[in-house]
Design a protein around this ligand. Structure first.
Ligand code: HEC
Ligand code: HEC
Ligand code: HEC
Ligand code: HEC
Length: 161
């Protein structure tokens, strides 16, 4: 058996690998979370943890229950597809308890330009203005109803409705 005559170092080599593999298995047993792989290649308990996070956004439908007039005004105007909370911010707290959590009305000086300040990055057909020239310091809601912004649409002669 001259082929394996000097094979001792190979067995030691394999032995080291076996030992390292066993150490790997032990360490893996400690660091892999308990619920990993229960449903797939992720930690199953993460689902419950994420689901337990408090809600911030109530969703569009929630507003209709108490603000049906504004929902109707908005649905008929150019902002039909801009969600209430896109402008008013997350309002789950208000929906849960409207009297205790009264939303602060958005400041149109910063709100409207977020979407409408002229910029080469916006789609060409999107309505845009250079606010400083267009409004000249006059508040946007003086002329536009935020809930139905086209001039002359709805009863928008100044302010929201
Ligand atoms: C369960 C009824 C209810 C729901 C649902 C509700 N609101 Fe209200 N909301 C009220 C009431 C009542 C007030 C008036 C609170 C006050 O002035 O004391 C109010 C006030 C407001 C105001 C402030 C008005 C002002 O003059 O300051 C805004 C803005 C508003 N709601 C937006 C929303 C939006 C957006 C939603 C949906 C995410 C929503 N509300 C859902 C009942 C509701
Ligand atoms: C494009 C932005 C925008 C959207 C979308 C929007 N709002 Fe408003 N909303 C405003 C602004 C701005 C004001 C304050 C206007 C002012 O100061 O005269 C306001 C005022 C209000 C007020 C108090 C004044 C009023 O008119 O009675 C309520 C209540 C309200 N919004 C509810 C809603 C609800 C409900 C929706 C969704 C159906 C909604 N808003 C969608 C911008 C928006
Ligand atoms: C979250 C983004 C967003 C905000 C904030 C926003 N808008 Fe708009 N606005 C839109 C979209 C989307 C349209 C529809 C564009 C289209 O039809 O191509 C629109 C359309 C308009 C139009 C065109 C109406 C028409 O019929 O041509 C005006 C005017 C307008 N908005 C004014 C305002 C004013 C004033 C405010 C602040 C109270 C405001 N917008 C806030 C997204 C926004
Ligand atoms: C003094 C009244 C007045 C004020 C204040 C005003 N607008 Fe206008 N806006 C108009 C009129 C009138 C039109 C429609 C005429 C036109 O098409 O240019 C218009 C049109 C628009 C359009 C549509 C442009 C297009 O190409 O279709 C947008 C967007 C707009 N305004 C946004 C704003 C924003 C944002 C503010 C606040 C920074 C504001 N407006 C303040 C009177 C006003």
């Amino acid at each position: 058996m001259s082929v394996l005559k000097d094979a001792g170092h190979l067995f030691r080599f394999v032995g080291i690998f076996v030992v390292l593999f066993l150490i790997f298995l032990v360490v893996r047993g400690f660091v892999v979370p308990k619920t990993f792989g229960e449903y797939g290649h992720y930690r199953a308990a993460a689902i419950g943890e994420i689901a337990a996070n408090p809600l911030h956004f109530a969703g569009h439908q929630a507003c209709a229950e108490c603000h049906a007039d504004i929902v109707a005004t908005k649905a008929a105007g150019a902002h039909a597809h801009v969600n209430c909370e896109a402008c008013h911010g997350p309002l789950e707290g208000h929906v849960e308890n409207p009297a205790a959590v009264v939303p602060v009305l958005p400041n149109t000086a910063t709100l409207c330009v977020r979407c409408h300040e002229a910029s080469a990055a916006r789609p060409k057909g999107f309505p845009q203005v250079v606010a400083a020239e267009h409004a000249n310091g006059v508040a946007c809601e003086t002329c536009h109803n935020p809930h139905s912004p086209a001039i002359g649409s709805g009863s928008n002669a100044g302010g929201a409705q």
